[in-house]
Ligand binder design. Structure first.
Ligand SMILES: *[C@@H]1O[C@H](CO)[C@@H](O)[C@H](O)[C@H]1NC(C)=O
Ligand SMILES: *[C@@H]1O[C@H](CO)[C@@H](O)[C@H](O)[C@H]1NC(C)=O
Length: 231
């Protein structure tokens, strides 16, 4: 009798765990480099209208997450040339990655941005409501020496092909995650990717695109971030 109840209880537990596991089925499985996985999008946020195809190739090493952002259909490379590291480059044209380790909807995460002139913006965000609610705390802690920290990028543009490619290295130690590749396998992450498009007639308005749509024109809605598993 006792054994029977224990078995039933155990079966119940097993079922619960299984449900839990399947509810976090990853949107993307990212392999160790040099293999890669690709997140791509071609719809505007929030209206789901056509948007120039944008993709992010991802892979990981012992020490870094490697991202290759590719923007097609880029006609203006519209930036403010006077802007430098950690300036408000998001007012113009950028591609962005929001990254946190773990499977939960994050309240803190890295916000990384790059523009077609290779200028970067990198800060940890504090967004305790997880949706950037009005009249609630929302803060940024800047990474002040990105190159010294190993957070580096390489950008190429090809105007004839309307292309812009940025190759980015993000140290895993920013997330306490550096380890050997074997141990990183199975780790869970939340990420989202965005792109902004503007030009001299549109500015300060922008056309927005997102990998995982939060359903409105705000990037800081973390329940919408994709689920990623390193494999
Ligand atoms: C872009 O910035 C990186 C540092 O993040 C630098 O090493 C590289 O030379 C810069 N230039 C280009 C064209 O990528
Ligand atoms: C700016 O972009 C909008 C929307 O794509 C377009 O209608 C407009 O012609 C563009 N302006 C310039 C100067 O390229």
């Amino acid at each position: 009798m006792m054994l029977w109840s224990a078995t039933v209880a155990l079966l119940g537990l097993f079922t619960t765990l299984q449900v839990e596991a399947t509810s976090h089925r990853p949107d993307l499985r990212v392999p160790a480099c040099p293999r890669k996985a690709t997140a791509s999008f071609d719809k505007t946020l929030p209206d789901n209208k056509p948007f120039p195809k944008t993709s992010v190739d991802l892979c990981y090493t012992n020490s870094a997450l490697k991202l290759v952002f590719t923007a097609t259909g880029e006609s203006k490379y519209y930036v403010d040339e006077k802007q430098g590291t950690n300036d408000e480059i998001w007012r113009y044209e950028v591609m962005e990655a929001f990254i946190s380790r773990g499977s939960e909807d994050p309240a803190t995460y890295l916000e990384f941005e790059i523009n077609p002139k290779n200028v970067t913006y990198q800060a940890f965000v504090y967004n305790p409501t997880r949706v950037r609610a009005e009249n609630a705390p929302f803060d940024h802690f800047f990474v002040s020496d990105p190159i010294g920290d190993g957070l580096v990028a390489k950008t190429t543009t090809d105007a004839a092909k309307k292309l812009w490619v940025s190759d980015v290295t993000i140290p895993l130690a920013l997330f306490n995650a550096e380890s050997d590749v074997f141990r990183l396998r199975g780790s869970q992450w939340r990420m989202n990717f965005f792109r902004t498009i503007t030009n001299e007639t549109l500015y300060p308005d922008q056309i927005l695109g997102a990998w995982k749509s939060p359903g409105k024109a705000s990037f800081h809605i973390t329940p919408a971030f994709g689920h990623i598993t390193f494999i």
